[in-house]
Design a protein around this ligand. Structure first.
Ligand SMILES: NC(=O)c1ccc[n+]([C@@H]2O[C@H](COP(=O)([O-])OP(=O)(O)OC[C@H]3O[C@@H](n4cnc5c(N)ncnc54)[C@H](OP(=O)(O)O)[C@@H]3O)[C@@H](O)[C@H]2O)c1
Length: 261
C-alpha cells in the first residue's frame, strides 16, 4: 500500500473496462472512487468486494455530462482524499456514419467522450498545489490510429480526445500530466454477438484476445510514473497495425478467411 493516500476517480467504473481499472488501482494501494450513472448495482458490488479484501473503494453516482455535477464530484472526492488521478473511461458508442449521423446524437457522444474528459482534467489542474503528482488518463481506442468510417461520431470524439492528449498536457502543465491509453477490442459492443467477438478478438498482430487487465495495469503505470506526459500507449495486441475498411465486427469473417494459412 502507498504510504500517502492517493485518490483516483474512474468514470463509468462499475463494469467492463472501468471495473478492471478500479480493481487495478485498488490493488495498487489507491483509494478508488468508482463513478457510475446506470450501473449502481455493479459499482456498489465491486466496491463492496474490494473493501472486503481490505482495499479502499467507494461507488458514487454522478452525471458526468453536467459541469456543475463534475465540479461537485471532484469537490466530494477531494474532501476525502488527495485526488491524484482521473481515468476518463466512460464512453458512449452509438452506430452512425458520416452520411447519416444525427447532430443530437453526435453532440451527446462528444459531451461524454470529449468534453467530460477535458473538463475533469482541468478540474484536477485547479486543485490546490500540495506536491501531489496528478494525472488525467484519457481512454481512447485503437480506431484513432486505424481509421474506418463505422461509428463515425464516436470515432470523431476519440480522434479529438487523442489530439487533445498532447495539447492538454501542454496546457495543464505543470499541474497535471495528461496521457492516453488506446485499447483494442476488449468486449462485445453494439450488435456484436459472442461468436463474432471470439473471432474478432484474434484479429490483431498477436492473434489472441486482449486482456482488459493489461489496459488497467497500463493506467496504473501511467498514474504512477511522474515523467510521462503528453503521450498515448496502445494496448491492443497490435490491432492498430491491421488496417480494415470497416469496424472489425463487420469484416472479421472475411479477414480471417483471407489470412488463413
Ligand atoms: N469495449 C471495447 O472493446 C473497447 C475497445 C476500444 C476502446 N474502448 C474504450 O474503453 C473504454 C471502456 O470501454 P467499455 O466497452 O468498457 O465501455 P462501455 O461499457 O461501453 O461504457 C462504460 C461506461 O460508460 C458509461 N456511459 C456510457 N454512456 C454514457 C453516457 N451517455 N453518459 C454517461 N456515462 C455513460 C456507462 O456507465 P453506467 O453503466 O454507470 O451508466 C458505461 O458503463 C471506453 O472509453 C471505450 O471507448 C473500448
Amino acid at each position: 500500500m502507498a504510504s500517502t493516500p492517493r485518490g483516483v476517480l474512474v468514470t463509468g467504473g462499475g463494469q467492463r473496462l472501468g471495473a478492471a481499472v478500479c480493481e487495478a488501482f485498488a490493488r495498487a494501494g489507491w483509494t478508488v472512487w468508482c463513478q457510475y450513472r446506470a450501473s449502481r448495482e455493479a459499482a456498489e458490488a465491486l466496491c463492496a468486494r474490494l473493501r472486503g479484501e481490505g482495499f479502499a473503494a467507494q461507488a458514487v453516482e454522478a452525471d458526468i455530462g453536467n459541469e456543475a455535477a463534475r465540479e461537485a464530484l471532484i469537490a466530494q472526492i477531494a474532501a476525502d482524499v488527495p485526488l491524484a488521478a482521473i481515468v476518463n473511461n466512460a464512453s458512449a458508442f452509438e452506430p452512425d456514419t458520416g452520411l447519416d449521423f444525427e447532430p443530437d446524437a453526435a453532440l451527446r457522444q462528444l459531451g461524454v467522450n470529449l468534453i467530460a474528459p477535458l473538463s475533469f482534467a482541468r478540474l484536477l489542474a485547479r486543485q490546490p498545489v500540495d506536491g501531489t503528482d496528478r494525472s488525467a488518463i484519457h481512454i481512447l481506442d485503437q480506431k484513432v490510429f486505424n481509421l474506418n468510417p463505422d461509428y463515425f461520431s464516436y470515432t470523431v470524439s476519440k480522434l479529438a480526445l487523442e489530439r487533445a492528449v498532447s495539447l492538454q498536457a501542454q496546457s495543464l502543465a505543470p499541474a497535471v500530466r495528461v496521457c492516453g491509453v488506446a485499447p483494442g477490442l476488449l468486449f462485445t459492443s453494439g450488435p456484436q454477438n459472442d461468436a463474432n467477438f471470439a473471432k474478432a478478438a484474434q484479429a490483431n498482430l498477436l492473434r489472441r484476445p486482449i486482456d482488459p487487465a493489461d489496459v488497467a495495469r497500463t493506467c496504473v503505470f501511467l498514474a504512477e510514473t511522474p515523467s510521462v506526459t503528453g503521450t498515448t500507449l496502445c494496448v491492443d495486441n497490435g490491432q492498430h497495425l491491421v488496417p480494415l475498411a470497416r469496424d472489425i465486427m463487420f469484416v472479421v469473417d472475411d479477414l480471417l478467411k483471407a489470412s488463413a494459412p
